[in-house]
Design a protein around this ligand. Structure first.
Ligand SMILES: [Zn+2]
Length: 237
């Protein structure tokens, strides 16, 4: 069951289009998996549209320039949903046999169905590489928005204890994990910043697939993992 959602503020910013495109992508993907946030976004969208209509008609009273105002308003309303861009038609990368219209990625013979928002990034996803501690990572090219990662934690696998200089957004795509602070389940939306230290670890036999965006390399805080710090910009980002 989903327990962790974007904040009301983040959802409103999402509707207003003021989030960065990368964070907007995370929120949109969460909404694909979460009926509660989907409804919130629908209601916010309707009320924003209503506000625009009333402010457009108020402006209309002032200027009388109807064509311009309405064109403006429609442009803003149609710009609202972030997932309406056309499906990419780039062909297949070899790593997971993706094709246009694909909705799944594969690792080690397992198939994971992705939330709709992420489908158009399947053919922008690179090869899986094996990291320490039963971890697998596949980078996702977000264009000028940087890089996201699919991270798969095999059963019992964990990311060494770390904190963040920047922010870390994580969406649980399949499975569950805990990090010493909480337990997270499929669909959970997790925001971390420099205030917290955590050690993500997969729960259960099936392992856990997450989609993650960090804006700065992680900073490992314990034991031997501290030796990874000089290299942390190479992975987990
Ligand atoms: Zn939610």
């Amino acid at each position: 069951m989903i327990k962790f959602h974007p904040s009301a503020r983040q959802l409103s910013d999402f509707v207003e289009g003021t989030l960065t495109p990368a964070i907007s992508l995370m929120v949109s993907a969460h909404c694909d998996m979460c009926e509660k946030c989907q409804r919130f976004v629908e209601i916010e969208t309707e009320s924003l549209a209503a506000q625009m209509v009333s402010s457009a008609s108020a402006k209309l009273d002032d200027s009388g320039d109807m064509a311009f105002q309405f064109g403006d308003m429609l442009a803003q309303i149609t710009a609202l949903p972030s997932d309406k861009q056309p499906e990419s038609v780039v062909t297949a990368s070899v790593s997971h046999h993706s094709k246009p219209g694909a909705s799944t990625i594969e690792l080690d013979g397992r198939t994971f169905t992705l939330p709709r928002t992420l489908h158009r990034y399947i053919d922008k996803t690179g090869n899986w590489s094996s990291l320490v501690g039963k971890l697998w990572q596949a980078p996702v090219d977000l264009g000028n928005q940087g890089v996201a990662n699919f991270i798969f934690m095999g059963s019992g696998g964990s990311v060494p204890e770390h904190t963040h200089r920047g922010t870390e957004y994580t969406l649980v795509i399949d499975g569950e994990f805990s990090d010493g602070l909480s337990r997270y389940d499929t669909g959970d939306f997790i925001f971390m910043n420099g205030e917290k230290t955590h050690t993500p670890k997969a729960e259960g036999k099936e392992g856990c697939l997450v989609f993650s965006i960090v804006d700065q390399p992680l900073h490992f805080t314990s034991g031997l993992a501290r030796l990874l710090n000089p290299f942390s910009h190479l992975f987990f980002r």
